[in-house]
Design a protein around this ligand. Structure first.
Ligand code: SF4
Length: 367
């Protein structure tokens, strides 16, 4: 079967319906059949609900399980090992996974209890859990979010939950980036469905969730993470483990015209009350009139990654305009999104990409 290397993006905040629609759009039913064992590897790094921006939404999980059941798959296991300082079993409960497992009759496997195999890749040795490797079909279900050490985390880094706790520690003392890239040579999920509904702006453990309102499906982790990186206002070359994974042949960061297939539109309007403190502070640079959440999130990510010393000069022509209320309005300064196309300078898109906004912000700030 030829590998589908497209990336499918489904806009909207309905995690369950969105996941089902996305899996159908990606033709996943052609890759599974009854009798197969399917493993779902979410991100439950800590025992915090997905509203914190840290963990994979239980609604997304429900949608994925319903989809595979529709395909006739009965052997479904959700597997994860939280980080060293937390308990996966506590996370099952707090994130609503216990209840989902009961409702759908699927198994939960705490990978901290799984047997491991000593795995050597390019001279680096670690203990990899057996269950994810054994599954006939492995689905990686990361959260697209910021990370204080690796800048961002999504598909590549999410596999760290498939290690023993001692290997998780070893990864940190070995600099994280190269071990993550090597891990992805040893364990290759068949599919990635990333939860980008409300990932954290800057921290793996949540606390600053920003509503991005989208789910992303792909099969190449390097390509998917490169795309996710751009949604956070970063260039893929700023994420070391991504660069190394590509060099090691895990995948390709090249995204060409037509590689991104968008489904639907984010119809929810942004609300200032939904912003965490840091993002609320950045909103002082924005003149918002009925912006969609996905659009506003792109601007927040871009502003967060811009040197604020550059912004004061840029704002000579007024705050950055964004939102449907700017449609048909002519204005000075910078507009973000197709709705603000009447501004003197515009970053187009509906929603616009955060990396394009970041580039415009640093370009505009240049003397
Ligand atoms: S450009 Fe306008 S319609 Fe499109 S996402 Fe932004 S605010 Fe919404």
């Amino acid at each position: 079967m030829t590998r589908d290397n497209k990336i499918y993006v489904r806009y909207g905040n309905d995690g369950k319906a969105g996941a089902i629609e996305l899996l159908r759009a990606g033709g996943v039913e052609r890759e599974v059949k009854a009798g197969m064992s399917v493993a779902l590897k979410p991100n439950l790094v800590v025992a915090k609900p997905s509203s914190s921006g840290a963990t994979t939404s239980s609604l997304v999980l429900s949608g994925v399980i319903e989809f595979f059941k529709e395909c006739g798959v009965t052997d479904i296991t959700v597997m994860e090992g939280s980080w060293v300082g937390d308990s996966t079993k506590r996370a099952w409960k707090i994130c609503g996974y216990d209840e989902i497992a009961k409702r759908y009759g699927v198994k939960l496997l705490d990978l901290k209890d799984d047997a491991t195999t000593k795995t050597v890749v390019e001279g680096f040795t670690f203990d990899l859990c057996n269950a994810p490797k054994r599954a006939d079909y492995l689905v990686n279900m990361p959260v697209l979010k910021g990370h204080c050490q690796t800048v961002m985390t999504c598909a590549l880094k999410n596999l760290k939950g498939c290690l023993s706790d001692s290997s998780k520690r070893l990864f940190h003392t070995s600099g994280l980036h190269r071990p993550i890239a090597l891990l992805n040579m040893a364990l290759k999920p068949h599919l990635i469905l990333a939860d980008a509904l409300r990932g954290d702006l800057s921290f793996e453990e949540g606390g600053n969730p920003v509503e991005m309102n989208r789910l992303i499906l792909g099969r190449d982790p390097v390509m998917l993470d490169s795309y996710g990186t751009s949604l956070m206002g970063l260039s893929p070359c700023e994420v070391e483990h991504l660069v190394l994974a590509e060099k090691l042949g895990v995948g390709s960061s090249k995204i060409e015209d037509g590689d991104i297939i968008a489904i639907g539109h984010d119809e929810s309007l942004f609300k200032i009350g939904s912003l965490p403190r840091e993002a609320r502070r950045l909103s002082a640079y924005i003149d918002e009139k009925s912006a969609c959440s996905a659009c506003y999130a792109s601007l927040i990510h871009a502003l967060f990654r811009t040197d604020e010393r550059n912004l004061s000069g840029l704002l000579g022509a007024g705050k950055i305009k964004i939102g449907q209320g700017w449609r048909g309005v002519t204005a000075e300064g910078l507009g973000v999104g197709d709705c603000a196309s009447g501004c003197a300078r515009v970053v187009p898109g509906c929603p616009p990409n955060a990396l394009d906004i970041s580039r415009e912000l640093s370009h505009a700030a240049r003397p």
